[in-house]
Design a protein. Structure first.
Length: 639
C-alpha cells in the first residue's frame, strides 16, 4: 500500500517515533523545542496567555509546522527539529496532501493547571498507542488504541483535528478526516454511491475509535484492491485537497477574478468621454466630460484620500487610464494627450472585461524569489533559479552529461513534453503508458519543470544520493527533444558544466529525485554555492539584462517627468522615500521601476524586497549575532 511519492512522509514518521523517547522527559523536550525556535529566529507561539511552556503534547508539536505559516519557515522548523532531535530523515521538498490546523487552534490541549496536565498525559498515551498499533497489528494493541482514542475524544478542543494528528504521525495507517476529506468522501461525484452510503452516517460527528478503525480498514482494503484509484491515505488526502481547490475556484468564479479595485469603474466612462471628445483629449478635458456624462456632484468631486488630501476622483481616473493604456484601448505616445485606439472605439467595456483587464495587468508582472518571499520586479527580468539534478538511476548518466554538455531526462515513452499543456495531461499519459492509476507526482513535476520552468542562466547542482554533490553547471539552452535517440533520455537541455568532483553535505540531506527546484531553500543554496568559486557562481553571459531608462519609467508608470525628477533627487540626497496609498494602486510596481531607471538596467540582483512583520527584528535588518557551527558571529542584516 505504501508509496514514496510524498517527500514529507519520511521525516514525519521518523520524527514521531523519535518523540516517544521524550514521553517521560518533557522538561528536556520543551528545552529542545526552545532551542529550535532560538536557532531559527522564528517567534515561538503562545498557547492562550502562556508565554513559557512547561509541558506539551506530541500532536501540538506537529502542529507547530502544520499550520498556516510560510513554507520557508515550515522548512526551517523541520530542518532544525531534524538536527535537534537527531531524526536522521530527509527534509521534505513538498507538503502536498498534508492537512493543517487553524493558527488560532493549533494546540490540542485547552484546559489549565492540573486539568491541562491530565489532557496532555492522555494525548501522549494516544500518541504512543497509535504508533504501536500502526506498526504492529494485534487485538491487544487494537484494544489499547480504542481505549486511548475514546478518552481523548471527550477532551475539550478535540474534534476532527485528532484524525489529522494521527495522519501526520502514521500517514499510511490513519485517515485524515478534515473538512476537505469529509466533503470529498461523502460526495457521489468523486466517490461511489455505495461508499458514500457507508461513510455518510459515520461522518456526521467525530466517530468513536471502533468506527474510525472501521473507516481505516475499509479504505486500506480498497487501496489493496486498487478500486478507488488511490494506493494510500496520502494520495487520497492530496486528491481531496486538489479537487476541493478546483471546486472552490469554480464556485468563486467571477467573484474570485472580479477585482475589487474601485478605479475600474471609470474604464467605461473614460472611453465614452473620449468618444464624445472626438477620440482625443487632455486629462482635464476627459475628466470634465466624465463629470458631465455621469452627472457627478460637487460633494463627490471634493472627496479626498489619505493625509495628503489627494483628490479621489482624479486619482482613480488616472489609474484607470493607465490600465486602459495597457489594454490597448488608449494610445499614450503623445505626452499629455489621451487618444482612443481603434480597439478603444469598438470595445464594449463590460464589468467582467474591466475586471479581467485590471487583473491581467497586475498579474502580467512576473514574480521572483527573494529569500522565500515574492517581489514584483517587472517584465523581461531573468532571475536565477537553483536546481538539484540526479542524471539517471544512481547518477548513471552523469559522465555522458558532462562529456556532451547536456542535462538528460528520461520518460522517452511519452514523447516531446511540450506537446502537453498541463501537468494533468502529462500524468494521464504516464498512467496510460504504465497501465496504473498512480499519481506520478514526482515524475510529472520533474517533466513539467524541465520543459516549462527551467531557463537559461539557471544553476544546476548534480547529486549522487542524498548527501553527495558531484557537479555544477549553468543552463544554456531551452528545452529540446531528440527524436532520434534510441534510449530513454530524449529530453535534454544544453549545460555549461563548470565543476566536476565530489563534495559532501554534512548536516543536510537532499531529496533523491530527478529534478528539484531548491531556490526557496536559501540556506541549502548557500551551502551548495560555498563549495564553488563565488565569482563563478553564475554565468552572467547567459543572462540578458535589458536596459531601462527614465523614458521607460515614464511610459510604464503614471507619473509626470517633474514628479520623477523630484523622486530621484530626493533619493540621491536623502537615500529614502515613502510611497503611500491604498493596496493595489501600484506602489511596489512604481518603486521597482524607479530603482531600475536609476540603475539604467532591469537587474533584479541589485533590487531587494523586504517584508517587515511581527518577528522581523533590528538584527535581521541592520546587524546582529547569528549562530554558526562554532558559536555565534556578528553578521550584517538586509540593510
Amino acid at each position: 500500500m505504501e508509496t514514496t511519492d510524498f517527500s514529507w512522509i519520511d521525516f514525519y514518521q521518523k520524527f514521531a517515533t523519535k518523540l516517544l523517547d521524550y514521553q517521560n522527559d518533557r522538561e528536556m523536550l520543551v528545552q529542545k523545542i526552545n532551542q529550535v525556535y532560538e536557532h531559527t529566529k522564528i517567534k515561538k507561539p503562545n498557547f492562550g496567555n502562556d508565554k513559557d511552556w512547561l509541558t506539551i503534547d506530541p500532536f501540538t508539536i506537529f502542529g507547530l509546522f502544520n499550520k498556516g505559516i510560510r513554507n520557508d519557515n515550515r522548512i526551517k522548523l523541520i530542518q532544525e527539529f531534524n538536527k535537534e532531535f537527531n531524526v536522521g530523515a530527509k527534509i521534505p521538498v513538498d507538503f502536498e496532501g498534508i492537512p493543517v490546523v487553524n493558527n488560532l487552534k493549533a494546540n490540542f490541549f485547552w484546559s489549565k493547571d492540573e486539568a491541562r496536565n491530565q489532557e496532555i498525559d492522555c494525548l501522549w498515551n494516544l500518541f504512543e498507542k497509535a504508533i504501536i498499533f500502526a506498526d504492529k497489528k494485534s487485538n491487544e494493541n487494537r484494544a489499547r488504541f480504542i481505549k486511548a482514542f475514546d478518552i481523548v475524544r471527550e477532551q475539550k478542543g478535540i474534534r476532527w483535528n485528532i484524525t489529522m494528528g494521527l495522519f501526520w504521525i502514521r500517514p499510511y495507517s490513519y485517515i485524515n478526516l478534515d473538512s476537505r476529506n469529509r466533503w470529498y468522501l461523502t460526495n457521489t461525484k468523486y466517490t461511489s454511491a455505495e461508499l458514500v452510503a457507508k461513510l455518510d452516517p459515520m461522518l456526521k460527528e467525530l466517530p468513536f475509535a471502533k468506527e474510525y478503525i472501521e473507516i481505516n480498514q475499509l479504505f486500506i482494503k480498497l487501496f489493496t484492491e486498487n478500486k478507488n484509484g488511490f494506493k494510500s491515505f496520502p494520495e487520497l488526502s492530496n486528491n481531496a485537497w486538489q479537487v476541493s481547490e478546483k471546486v472552490n475556484q469554480t464556485k468563486k468564479g467571477n467573484k474570485e477574478n472580479t477585482s475589487k479595485a474601485i478605479h475600474i469603474r471609470w474604464f467605461k466612462p473614460i472611453l465614452q468621454a473620449l468618444k464624445d471628445l472626438g477620440a482625443t483629449g487632455t486629462p482635464p478635458e476627459v475628466r470634465k466630460q466624465i463629470i458631465k456624462n455621469e452627472k457627478l456632484t460637487k460633494k463627490f468631486l471634493s472627496e479626498t484620500r489619505g493625509k495628503s488630501k489627494v483628490n479621489k476622483f482624479e486619482n482613480e481616473v488616472a489609474f484607470a487610464r493607465n490600465d486602459l493604456v495597457y489594454g490597448g484601448y488608449i494610445d499614450n505616445s503623445k505626452y499629455g494627450i489621451w487618444s482612443l485606439t481603434e480597439e478603444g472605439f469598438v470595445v464594449d467595456m463590460t464589468d467582467e472585461l474591466a475586471s479581467n483587464l485590471f487583473t491581467n495587468h497586475t498579474r502580467n508582472i512576473p514574480w521572483t524569489i527573494e529569500s522565500g518571499n515574492n517581489a514584483l520586479i517587472g517584465k523581461n527580468v531573468k532571475t536565477i533559479h537553483y536546481w538539484v539534478f540526479q542524471p539517471g538511476d544512481i547518477t548513471s548518466k552523469w559522465e555522458e552529461c558532462y562529456k556532451d554538455g547536456k542535462m538528460l531526462l528520461g520518460w522517452n515513452e511519452i514523447g516531446n513534453i511540450r506537446q502537453y499543456s498541463s501537468k494533468e495531461e502529462i500524468r494521464s499519459e504516464l498512467r496510460k503508458n504504465n497501465n496504473d492509476t498512480n499519481s506520478h507526482k514526482n515524475s510529472v513535476n520533474s517533466l513539467w519543470q524541465f520543459a516549462y520552468e527551467m531557463k537559461p542562466g539557471d544553476v544546476v547542482f548534480v547529486i549522487n544520493g542524498s548527501s553527495e554533490v558531484v557537479g555544477r553547471g549553468v543552463v544554456t539552452s531551452d528545452y529540446k527533444f531528440d527524436e532520434n535517440r534510441m534510449d530513454d533520455y530524449s529530453n535534454f537541455r544544453n549545460v555549461n558544466w563548470k565543476n566536476k568532483g565530489k563534495w559532501m553535505l554534512e548536516n543536510e540531506s537532499l531529496a533523491s529525485k530527478t529534478l528539484t527546484d531548491i531556490t526557496v531553500y536559501t540556506d541549502l543554496v548557500k551551502i551548495l554555492k560555498s563549495f564553488f568559486d563565488e565569482d563563478d557562481a553564475e554565468d552572467k553571459t547567459t543572462l540578458v539584462i535589458p536596459p531601462y531608462s527614465k523614458e521607460d519609467f515614464l511610459e510604464d508608470v503614471y507619473m509626470n517627468e517633474s514628479a520623477y525628477d523630484n523622486l530621484v533627487a530626493i533619493l540621491k540626497k536623502k537615500k529614502n522615500i515613502i510611497l503611500h496609498g491604498a493596496p493595489g494602486v501600484g506602489k511596489t510596481y512604481a518603486s521597482n521601476r524607479l530603482a531600475f531607471s536609476m540603475m539604467g538596467v532591469k537587474d533584479v540582483d541589485r533590487v531587494q524586497m523586504i517584508q517587515f512583520h511581527q518577528s522581523y527584528s533590528y538584527e535581521d535588518f541592520m546587524m546582529g549575532f547569528r549562530p554558526t557551527a562554532n558559536g555565534f558571529e556578528l553578521q550584517f542584516g538586509s540593510f
